[in-house]
Design a protein. Structure first.
Length: 481
């Protein structure tokens, strides 16, 4: 049996580090990340509200007694107000993207958004106590709570990102050159607090080859030499590495396939790296009748509310459009729905009448075909409101992969692996791809969006739908598209 060629590629220059200095010590940020940040920010909000009650000279009707000489149980009002405020603050942080550690680390933007999140949470808390308990919270308490929250979260953000920069887990990759090159490029394009070490290139010269004892020892030396915390291996080559993985796991070395690693830490997939076994285990045979029933009820309710509440705004847009260019108010297009069935989608026209005289074209972020009024309604998502009718009819869902035009689907199916599987669910007004990736206008963008769509199809749940809903509210609030 011919042996494989194994070599360490000098992809990145990093200092050698003994495994005992780093392994297991840097996984807190990598594994917990967003949940750890949410726990810290929630604690800041809770303590800030308690501190505001404690020091405020006028605590309003919620401060019935003095702390002095009284049991702690007497202050259940303080605790309930702090708990409501903490929950409202965490929801606001999620909506504004403060809990996403993959977001750009712009400190000024984070400070501005944290102050807004605290303000929204305080309004929500005051509204809750006024409506539900007929109580009021004093203005000094509100002011102090906002100041303490903003100051403490500022400090926590600084500490968190400092820890991220100094506690980067070391990731080593192992696979053939066709894998290590694109994988390295993926990690460089998608920001995350990790440190890539020189990866190990493995070139098998026999399809039946398995890693044997000598090669396992070589890989272990590589891990110890660079202090690697986690080994990311080529997903399609797992059958060649079973002996290596088993030996590594028995010695406390963490091995993760590239597909699983990207899913866990980036909440997406890599379509080109997905093996057939992943598709079988992820999609086929999954029946969710209770989930689909609840989702359908939600779709009907939200579409009815959306159509009623948006009617006055659509009437105003209609009048403005008739004054500006006198073109049609609505337009329709054929889109591909669930299981590849075509249906007609409705939207408020945001482009010039002659926008597609030369045939179907990709829509881009700053599309010159968009009218002045169109830019406004696209920023606020008003152009999507007529699609509530499609949701009500059952052709679409509120949350799901974005429906694409048949002309583009035929093109993309031939160029992007597994593209047809995005049609296993009803298309949606918003979705995991829409809230995580900007406007797409190319085949490459479509592949990036498919990575998020496949993740949603695999992990679809009410909790994930709730995340998408909050991210959508944040995107509409910021005018993102």
């Amino acid at each position: 049996m011919s042996l494989p060629v194994i070599e360490i590629a000098p992809a990145v220059s990093v200092p050698e580090l003994a495994a005992s200095e780093t392994r297991y010590s840097q996984r807190l940020i990598a594994d917990l990340g967003g949940p750890f940040l949410a726990l810290v920010l929630g604690a800041c909000a809770f303590v800030s509200m308690l501190a505001a009650f404690a020091i405020s000279p006028f605590s309003g009707s919620l401060m019935h007694v003095s702390l002095e000489g009284m049991p702690f149980a007497e202050h259940v009002e303080w605790l309930s107000a702090s708990l409501v405020y903490m929950l409202a603050f965490l929801v606001s942080c999620q909506v504004l993207g403060l809990l996403d550690i993959l977001q750009q680390r712009n400190l000024v933007s984070q400070l501005a958004r944290s102050s807004v999140a605290a303000g929204i949470a305080l309004v929500a808390t005051m509204t809750f106590f006024h409506v539900a308990l007929f109580e009021s919270i004093g203005r000094f308490i509100v002011l102090y709570a906002w100041m303490f929250t903003w100051g403490s979260t500022t400090v926590m953000f600084w500490i968190f990102w400092t820890l991220c920069s100094h506690m980067k887990p070391r990731i080593g990759m192992i696979g053939d050159p066709e894998f290590t090159g694109p994988a390295s490029e993926f990690f460089s394009r998608h920001e995350r607090p990790i440190e890539l070490v020189p990866f190990m290139v493995w070139k098998a010269t026999d399809d039946d080859h398995r890693f044997v004892k000598n090669e396992v020892q070589l890989v272990k030396q590589w891990i110890d030499k660079f202090g690697i915390d986690e080994v990311v291996y080529q997903s399609s080559a797992v059958e060649h590495m079973d002996q290596l993985i088993l030996c590594g796991i028995s010695e406390g070395i963490r091995f993760t396939s590239f597909t699983d690693y990207v899913e866990k830490y980036y909440a997406r997939t890599v379509p080109a790296e997905i093996p057939q076994s992943w598709l079988f285990s992820s999609f086929f045979g999954k029946v969710r009748p209770i989930y689909e029933f609840n989702k359908r009820i939600f779709d009907v309710v939200i579409s009815c509310i959306g159509l009623v509440l948006s009617a006055p705004l659509l009437a105003a847009v209609y009048c403005l459009m008739k004054v500006s260019d006198r073109g049609p108010f609505l337009y329709s297009q054929t889109r591909v729905g669930r299981f590849g069935k075509d249906f007609t989608i409705y939207k408020v026209r945001s482009m010039r009448i002659d926008s597609e005289v030369n045939g179907a074209q990709w829509a881009s972020k700053n599309d010159p075909r968009v009218t002045l009024i169109g830019r406004i309604i696209r920023k606020t998502r008003l152009d999507e409101v007529p699609q509530f009718w499609n949701v009500l009819k059952g052709e679409m869902s509120f949350i799901g992969p974005r429906p694409e035009r048949p002309e583009f689907v035929e093109q993309l199916k031939d160029q992007i692996p597994h593209y047809q599987f995005r049609h296993l669910l009803k298309p949606g007004l918003t979705g995991w791809a829409q809230v995580n990736y900007p406007y797409g206008a190319s085949v490459e963008d479509a592949e990036e969006k498919l990575a998020y769509d496949l993740y949603y199809i695999k992990y679809t749940s009410l909790f994930l739908d709730l995340q998408i809903l909050m991210k959508t509210v944040g995107a509409v609030t910021r005018g993102a598209r």
